[in-house]
Write a protein that binds this ligand. Structure first.
Ligand code: C5J
Length: 229
């Protein structure tokens, strides 16, 4: 099914495509969380919640695979590189007590996915210690085992974990379609540039399109399924 996209149309092969939702975690998105505590404007990320909900609901209704990721570390911090811990010279570091439990530690309230996009039973959740969802995780194995070759990617932040994951996926042979209104950054200019970098040079890392284009393609797929019955 063809989807209008930049730099050119994306050929969505629905059963072999997965929706990959990156790090829609309470500490990044919720007022009073770690992101806001650092002085970030969380409304820049929160505007992605409604379009993600609509896309997730359409994707689930069409029976597609959904995978969620969360950035965070073991409670003993054994997987936290010292360089990552001290980067930024913040007064509050990963593992320290924060407004929603220990910062970026698995099992803490702030580390969990926001209720609006909470994973359904059976949807894999990838706990990743880094920015990219392929680094030190079983994501590639899960995708290979399910025969997935295309990733429809959403989440936060556009220029950090979304971009890193798309670049990792590109090098592993996946065709990534990044959903512009379902990704967000605390810095609007980084969001815009992050999307432009993906689609530049003939789609050097992938394709970019708004959620409406995918939802419309899913409706066409459902219509064709209905007509075939
Ligand atoms: C993500 C970050 N998820 N910005 N993390 O992008 O540190």
């Amino acid at each position: 099914m063809l989807v209008e996209a930049k730099p050119y149309e994306y050929s969505l092969a629905f059963p072999t495509a997965a929706l990959l939702i990156i790090d829609m975690q309470r500490d990044f998105l919720e007022p009073g969380g770690f992101g806001e505590m650092l002085g970030n404007d969380v409304s820049q990320l929160r505007r992605t919640i409604a379009p993600n909900k609509a896309l997730l609901s359409a994707w689930r209704a069409a029976g597609g695979l959904v995978i969620h990721t969360r950035e965070g570390h073991r409670s003993d911090l054994a997987d936290l590189p010292p360089a990552k811990k001290i980067r930024g010279r913040s007064a509050t570091l990963i593992g320290d007590p924060g407004p929603m439990g220990r910062i970026l530690v698995r099992g803490e309230p702030g580390h969990d996915i926001i209720p609006e996009l909470y994973p359904a039973a059976g949807e894999p959740v990838i706990d990743k210690p880094g920015k990219g969802a392929f680094f030190a995780t079983d994501l590639h194995a899960i995708l290979q085992n399910r025969g997935i070759s295309q990733l429809v990617v959403t989440g936060v932040t556009t220029e950090v974990c979304v971009n890193t994951t798309v670049r990792e996926a590109n090098d592993r042979g996946y065709d990534c379609l990044v959903i512009s209104d379902c990704c967000g950054s605390y810095f609007p200019e980084f969001h815009d540039m992050g999307l432009r970098m993906i689609a530049a040079q003939g789609g050097i890392f992938g394709w970019v399109t708004p959620s409406a284009a995918v939802i419309e393609a899913l409706a066409r797929i459902e219509m064709m399924k209905g007509a075939a019955q």
